[in-house]
Design a binder for this molecule. Structure first.
Ligand code: HEC
Ligand code: HEC
Length: 334
């Protein structure tokens, strides 16, 4: 009833319910009174010459059942919601029952998860019991999209490789699972201009991605538009941006939405795509979310957290230098 802004419908329903019960009782009383219609106790209707209808009272057992049914209804309406917005003496609600069952279920599994408390994602990924639970959670909740082997399908990322749309560190995977992700690429054909421009940019992307058959003249013409428009999300070097979930275009192995072909690139430019990874933060307990994170992390593509990856740190400035060098190279191209 809380879905309605005025109490009109609550009252409407309450009146119908109460009148319904009263009407039934009245019906019983009214029809229970035996009116003598004729001397031979018949209604006077005769069929097939001698088949007549007697005017007997209703059987006692039937009357008692009828009264009991009405009494049951009345008691039910006092205890449970049903009469308009009245909540019932027991204050029962389906949401309340669901939440109580959830709480009981969570209390039951708590001792199992208590053993995992305080463990890092890396440690959980080494724990066979945690991984067995992670496997079951994944099968029941994630496999329909990501596949039972977590290797994904068209439109759904492979979670077992090192190509990450949104990042493969424990924190990034946890964030992806808890809050979900929405990767949005709007159609770009109009922004680019003519179908010819689309063709040129597609050829440039083929070159960047290492797909055979890129026309060098078209690619060179397409580069400027790529750097002006596509680079905003995919980066000037096309290596993608994990803050936006924008794919790494230099590595078509990790492409999710289609094969490494010119047709896919052109159709992606023309139609764009919005990919939605649902949020799971409300469905699972924090401990379950940690186990799921570790399960995905341990599937083969997990990366170390930035702080823990000390040995890899010296490489970072080099990458940065490379990406800042790209716009400079573009300048000299002009
Ligand atoms: C507003 C940001 C944005 C812009 C601008 C943009 N993209 Fe994208 N692109 C994305 C995102 C996000 C995805 C992933 C979409 C998804 O997962 O549903 C994507 C996916 C793609 C893919 C498919 C990769 C795969 O996994 O199959 C290609 C190819 C692509 N973009 C090329 C381009 C080109 C070429 C341009 C310029 C004409 C461009 N994009 C402009 C954000 C953008
Ligand atoms: C309804 C389908 C669907 C379900 C169910 C689903 N996912 Fe996803 N998931 C997606 C899509 C689509 C993406 C890609 C979003 C994008 O970038 O466009 C994704 C992305 C991801 C990513 C990021 C991959 C990357 O490359 O960064 C992870 C991690 C992930 N999902 C894990 C899970 C887990 C764990 C579950 C189960 C709790 C799950 N997903 C359930 C559709 C789904």
């Amino acid at each position: 009833m809380s879905d309605f802004t005025s109490s009109f419908w609550a009252i409407y329903v309450a009146v119908i319910v109460v009148l319904g019960v009263l009407f039934n009782l009245w019906l019983l009383l009214a029809s229970g009174r035996v009116e003598v219609m004729s001397k031979d106790n018949s209604t006077g209707h005769v069929w097939d010459e001698n088949l007549s209808e007697l005017n007997n009272p209703m059987p006692r057992w039937w009357v008692i059942m009828f009264v009991l049914t009405c009494a049951f209804g009345a008691i039910y309406f006092v205890l449970y919601p049903g009469v308009g917005s009245y909540q019932g003496v027991l204050k029962w609600s389906s949401t309340g029952q669901f939440e109580q069952e959830m709480q009981e279920g969570n209390a039951q599994i708590e001792p199992i998860y208590a053993a995992f408390a305080g463990k890092t994602t890396q440690q959980l990924a080494q724990d066979p019991q945690a991984m067995a639970i992670g496997d079951r959670l994944f099968m029941n909740n994630c496999a329909q999209c990501h596949g039972s082997d977590a290797k994904g399908a068209v439109g759904f990322p492979n979670l077992t490789d090192t190509d990450w749309r949104w990042g493969g560190t424990p924190d990034a995977i946890h964030e992806t699972i808890v809050n979900g992700r929405t990767g949005i690429m709007p159609p770009q054909a109009e922004v680019l201009g003519t179908p010819d421009d689309v063709e040129n940019v597609a050829n440039y992307v083929m070159g960047v991605a290492g797909i055979a058959g890129s026309d060098p003249v078209r690619a060179a013409t397409g580069e400027a538009k790529f750097k002006m428009i596509c680079a905003a999300c995919h980066g000037p070097d096309g290596k993608g941006n994990q803050l936006l979930g924008a794919a790494d275009l230099t590595d078509p192995k990790g492409w999710v939405l289609g094969p490494a072909t010119k047709e896919h690139i052109v159709s992606q430019i023309n139609t764009g795509k919005t990919g939605v990874m649902p949020a799971w933060g409300k469905k699972f307990t924090p401990a379950q979310l940690n186990v799921l994170t570790a399960f995905v992390w341990g599937k083969g593509g997990g990366q170390e957290a930035a702080a823990a990856a000390a040995p890899a740190a010296p490489a970072a400035p080099a990458v940065e230098a490379a990406s800042t060098a790209a716009p400079a190279a573009e300048e000299t191209n002009k």
